[in-house]
Design a protein around this ligand. Structure first.
Ligand code: PLP
Length: 499
């Protein structure tokens, strides 16, 4: 009796310790553990480790949605076990996706007759959408070249050097040459005139970006369209335009309805948009819309019928979750045109608050535009003493994640910091961020610059001063981290830290 009482007491004491016995020994990292563990322990172990991730709400590096209404969270959880591809089994989910495609096509002014339905598909994000759009252009161009008896083995795409990495992926995976229009200091988007100059008989499309990832600026799609119409007339080619509206596709229709960038322009044959950016849905949804049925070659569409009825599909993968499609439908009907307009206007206003706050410090050049994607991209007026990478690094201490990156060629000598304004980045947070950036600058100013450190290290008498030495080494460490990070970014030559 006594023995068993002791045993049960020790059990209680183990369970009442926060780090239960399961958490005391670490699990193997790369091999599946031999034995099972209780669900509570598994939860605790994973939850604890995840606490060390950044806070998504303070992640100002990303366009991707980090907050949705609890009602929508409920719908997402309720559909988490539905495979989207089982269209015959979940016909309502399929119907919701089709409604989304049509709503978005109308938003982009697709030329649809009253009884016509839009041509488009839901994807995992803009990357998949862009692969599909690119494949359609490639196939259409090949078909035309074959019919004309001309070689069709050297397709190319013309873009700005500011394209998102998914275009480079498309080019490499699907063997299309990427011809990039170089940027220059002070001009960080594709120059339409130069783009049209680069177009040749092998160009499958020119890709314009509505909302450059680097500084949020909208490219001039209308000018591109007009110049290309002329070039096509002169040459007899038929070069089309794709608009990568990953971020801007859910902004322009609501706050710049007059701006002509979409299917109102005759050469725009397809458009992609990320539902998970300003479409206001959590990560995992994008859309691609084609102007007409003729713009999507029939031979790319697969008809699958072993799950029931005939299902036309055009995607890169097969199975995927349904939740994001349902969540997109929720946002479209819950917010409506009015709601999206309010959200986008609010983001724009918060962007202005942040931009003006940064301008007031007198330390930054603003390289984003007021009428693009609501973000502020800015660089230090004087980065000889301290760099943008150091500002970024030091802001982490306050919890802010603000990326710094170098611009692509030929503007690679410019480094910028970028803050994306999402729906959940409120006015209060904007004001606090300005405050914390001021504190950061103040702190950086009080530290010796790199040049000063070198001279102090050389001078012998300061070596005796412990305080100076200690401060120096902490700063040196910080500089090493910054240098390593910069090297990493430079080597990749791409803006992998931002999306
Ligand atoms: C984010 C982004 C992409 C990639 O989109 P995902 O939805 O993340 O796959 C492509 N192009 C631009 C301009 C983007 O901003």
């Amino acid at each position: 009796m006594v023995l068993s009482k002791t045993a049960s007491q020790s059990d209680v004491s183990v369970h009442s310790t926060f780090a239960s016995r399961y958490v005391r020994t670490s699990l193997p990292r790369f091999k599946m553990p031999e034995n099972s563990i209780p669900k509570e322990a598994a939860f605790q172990i994973i939850n604890d480790e995840l606490m060390l991730d950044g806070n998504p709400r303070l992640n100002l590096a990303s366009f991707v949605t980090t907050w949705m209404e609890p009602e929508c969270d409920k719908l997402i959880m309720a559909s988490i076990n539905k495979n989207y591809v089982d269209m015959d089994e979940y016909p309502v989910t399929t119907e919701l996706q089709n409604r989304c495609v049509n709503m978005i096509a109308h938003l982009f002014n697709a030329p649809l007759g009253d009884s016509e339905t839009a041509v488009g598909v839901g994807t995992v994000g803009s990357s998949e959408a862009i692969m599909l759009a690119g494949l359609a252009f490639k196939r259409k161009w090949q078909n035309r070249r074959k019919a004309e008896g001309k070689p069709y083995d050297k397709p190319n795409i013309v873009t700005g050097a500011n394209v998102q990495v998914c275009w480079e992926k498309f080019a490499r995976y699907f063997e299309v040459e990427l011809k990039e229009v170089k940027l220059r200091e002070g001009y960080y988007v594709m120059d339409p005139e130069k783009a049209v100059e680069m177009v040749d008989e092998n160009t499958i499309c020119v890709a314009a970006i509505l909302g450059s990832t680097l500084n949020g600026e909208f490219e001039d799609v209308k000018l591109l369209n007009d110049l290309l119409v002329e070039k096509n007339k002169e040459t007899g080619w038929d070069t089309p335009i794709h608009v990568d509206a990953a971020s801007g596709g859910f902004i322009a229709p609501f706050i710049y309805p007059e701006l002509e960038w979409d299917f109102r322009l005759p050469l725009v044959k397809s458009i992609n948009v990320s539902g998970h950016k300003y479409g206001l849905v959590y990560a995992g949804i994008g859309w691609v819309i084609w102007r007409n049925k003729e713009d999507l070659p029939e031979e790319l569409i697969f008809h699958i019928n072993y799950l029931g009825a005939d299902q036309p599909t055009f995607t890169l993968n097969f199975s995927k979750g349904s939740s994001q499609v349902i969540a997109q439908y929720y946002q479209l009907i819950r917010l409506g045109y009015e709601g999206y307009q309010n959200v986008m206007e609010n983001c724009r206003e918060n962007m202005i608050v942040l931009k003006e706050g940064l301008e007031k410090t007198g330390r930054f050049n603003i390289v984003s535009k007021d009428n693009g994607v609501p973000l502020v991209a800015f660089s230090l007026k004087d980065n000889t003493r301290h760099t943008e990478f150091e500002v970024s690094e030091m802001l982490r201490r306050f919890g802010w994640i603000v990326p710094a990156y170098t611009m692509p060629p030929d503007a690679q000598h410019i480094t910028v910091l970028r803050v994306v304004i999402r729906e959940d980045f409120s006015r209060t947070l904007a004001e606090r961020l300005v405050n914390d950036i001021e504190k950061t600058l103040h702190e950086l100013d009080s530290l010796p610059s790199k040049a000063d450190i070198k001279t102090t290290v050389a001078g012998e008498e300061t070596q005796k001063n412990d305080v100076v030495v200690a401060k120096k080494s902490a700063l040196e460490t910080q500089r090493e981290i910054t240098t390593a990070w910069r090297k990493f970014v430079m080597e990749k030559k791409k803006t992998n830290g931002v999306c």
